[in-house]
Design a protein around this ligand. Sequence first.
Ligand SMILES: N[C@@H](CCC[C@H](N)C(=O)O)C(=O)O
Length: 292
Amino acid sequence: MNIPFTKMQALGNSYVYVDGRHIQLDERHLSPLAQAVSSVRTGIGSDGLILITSSQQADVKMRIFNADGSEAKNCGNGLRCVAKYAFEKGLVSDTRFQIETLGGIVEAHVHVRNGKVEQVTINMGKPRLAQKEIPLTSGGEETAIDYPLEVDGQRLYFTGVSLGNPHAVIFVDDVASAPVTTLGPKIEKHPLFPEGVNVEFISVRSSHDIDFRVWERGSGQTYACGTGACAAVVASALKEKVKKGEPVTVHLQGGDLEIVWDNDEHVWMTGPAEYVCEGTYFWPNGSKAQNR
Ligand SMILES: N[C@@H](CCC[C@H](N)C(=O)O)C(=O)O
């Protein structure tokens, strides 16, 4: 099966984007295709697959599949890339428009110079803080701030935040030495998180700067996670380390994002999005998947 694609990246968080105007994929193909394209050795090499289609309720719709084929409800870096793609490829003509995700509809605003989108701002909506909404198996209405977690015989404390997808934010002194690749995968699959979790190790450098590293559910260590950066600012504001209503720069491995949790509870994310390449992916297992 031949699949036209565009690879895009946002702060090094890269996805293969498939435009539903160019090919219609069967629902059964999406998860195996995400695994296939993500492989660095036998595929294109990415953190997952993003499908862009038309929407009944918004201007455009995004679906995101992690590198392991699991589907997530939201992706901040993916939203900025979808916004750039939608504007520059003519799916929308206004600089402000709506994108549907499985986690809800968000507002996108593209900042354009000479016809090109340089930065994108997304209103990511209100974070969900109740344990049952993150979700945690402990599951009530109460929040999970500095919630204890036993992993590998160690007691850690995390703050749980949902941006449509689940995040466990852990405060550390120095992100460079944080156990991202050792404890990250164990926390991701800890029984406390029935749907798994994205794990952020953060250090608040000042009231306007946060250092950040991430272990992403379904994709492992990545250079950046937009929803994770939003969760980091929300968790830091809940612990009064940064102020609500003031912009905070989150320093991720792939670069910086500006995040504001405003006084109406909405989280705003501003950052870049870039094209990498376009082409055709020759999917060897496509016909097998078709006959499954
Ligand atoms: N990289 C993303 C998040 C992608 C989905 C995540 N791994 C999940 O499973 O929830 C972002 O930029 O937000």
